[in-house]
Design a protein. Structure first.
Length: 417
């Protein structure tokens, strides 16, 4: 089936194009510009902007969450801890009602280390897709590999196991629990982290670090990490730490929405937006209206200033949320899909232009995570697209004026009309 999207503004992931026609043929973009082919199904995008499908570059997800993400125009989620490694996602890859996904599997951390402190002692997944509750989900019969490591030898030994288990990239937890309200957590030491990162690189794997403090960030830079799944929030940035990150070439997924939640800021203002609230059920609404509230002494203004400093230093930034796989209020303040749009607003509030923020949710994550078949609107790429009313390249809030999303060329109408 050939579809021609006509008369709209086109943001290709990097720039606004002069061309206003994009032709889809099956799962791929067949052409950008020119006249619509004879017999094509026409989609009139007048008054709107066509974008690449958006990324959420930091999530923990489930089939339910992937469906929710797609309803907000997110066509790819990057899982930073979870079950969606290669052997377990065939049912997702072919399902155009779900966002696509890539996964780290489970991150390297010591026994008792982060994220064990986040779960209430009496918490049970109760049929909601935890590691002990996978039998009713296709491709999810086996327990995940849990790479608990306390020595360099253990970390090195786990890397080929994670690769064999289908991890798309390798994550390292570097967290002493300070920001989560549990100081003194077991944490990877420098030798273990450095050895693990080196072994991952020997296997050709991208490496990502969970770090929420400046000291942990320094450790990861010394180890040669490729990117950060968080931005530190324990203190304001200094020129030294910004220069270290920039000099390393590492990317940063700031997850400002998560840092805001850590300080006690809920997502209630987002939930009150009818473009969001009307798309959420009660459980996800309650999650968005809550917060982590584990580090109330943190300052959102400091986080935003650090984002701007990183951007000015040339560091690649990506839009991510750290949304949980289930609607859990104790992991609240973020939900799949909608919170990406809030993160884009935060990036603009920090000082990025709307176009720069949009690149952080399209071109940049596709490039840095090696997903060269998406993140842009160009001939031959996947037909993962989002059509919104208005012009988010000048008014970032317009990303929530959702009209249509295409996932591999399959169109889902999102507008209420």
């Amino acid at each position: 089936m050939i579809t021609a999207i006509i008369n709209g503004r086109v943001f290709d992931g990097e720039h606004v194009l002069r061309d206003t026609t994009v032709v889809l043929n099956g799962t791929r973009i067949a052409a950008v510009g020119g006249e619509p082919p004879a017999g094509a199904t026409l989609v009139d995008a007048r008054g709107g902007t066509l974008l690449p499908g958006l990324f959420d570059a930091h999530v923990h997800t489930s089939d339910e969450a992937l469906a929710l993400a797609l309803r907000f125009g997110i066509t790819t989620e990057l899982e930073m801890q979870g079950m969606n490694t290669r052997p377990g996602r065939a049912h997702i890859t072919e399902n155009d009602s779900l966002a696509d996904v890539r996964s780290a599997g489970f991150g390297i951390t010591p026994p008792g280390g982060h994220p064990s402190e986040l779960m209430p002692k009496d918490f049970s997944p109760g049929g909601h897709g935890g590691p002990d509750d996978q039998d009713d989900r296709p491709g999810r019969r086996e327990m995940p590999l849990m790479p608990f490591s306390t020595t360099p030898e253990e970390a090195v030994a786990f890397i080929p196991q994670l690769v064999a288990a289908g991890s798309d990239y390798i994550k390292f937890m570097v967290d002493d629990g300070t920001v989560e309200g549990h100081p003194g957590l077991p944490m990877l030491d420098q030798a273990t982290l450095t050895a693990g990162v080196a072994e991952a690189h020997r296997h050709g794997m991208l490496t990502v670090a969970h770090t929420l403090t400046v000291d942990a960030t320094r450790m990861a830079i010394e180890a040669g990490i490729d990117g950060f799944a968080h931005l530190f929030m324990d203190q304001p940035h200094t020129a030294e730490i910004i220069d270290l990150i920039a000099g390393s070439g590492a990317f940063v997924i700031p997850c400002v929405v998560l840092n805001a939640s850590m300080t006690g800021i809920t997502g209630s203002s987002l939930a009150e937006d009818p473009r969001v609230g009307s798309r959420l059920d009660e459980a996800w609404t309650n999650t968005l209206n809550s917060s982590y509230n584990r580090y109330p002494e943190g300052k959102l203004d400091d986080v935003l200033a650090s984002v701007k400093a990183l951007h000015d230093a040339g560091v690649d930034l990506m839009a991510g949320t750290d949304a949980a796989p289930l609607p859990l209020p104790f992991l609240g303040g973020m939900v799949h899909g909608a919170s990406v749009h809030q993160e884009l607003r935060y990036l603009v509030q920090a000082g990025l232009t709307p176009v720069q923020a949009l690149r952080a949710a399209t071109l940049t994550p596709a490039r840095r995570f090696g997903l060269e078949d998406r993140g842009r609107i160009a001939e031959g790429l996947r037909a993962d697209l989002l059509l919104v009313d208005g012009d988010p390249t000048t008014a970032i809030g317009d990303t929530l004026n959702l009209r249509d999303v295409w996932r591999r060329g399959t169109r889902t109408t999102l507008s209420a009309s």
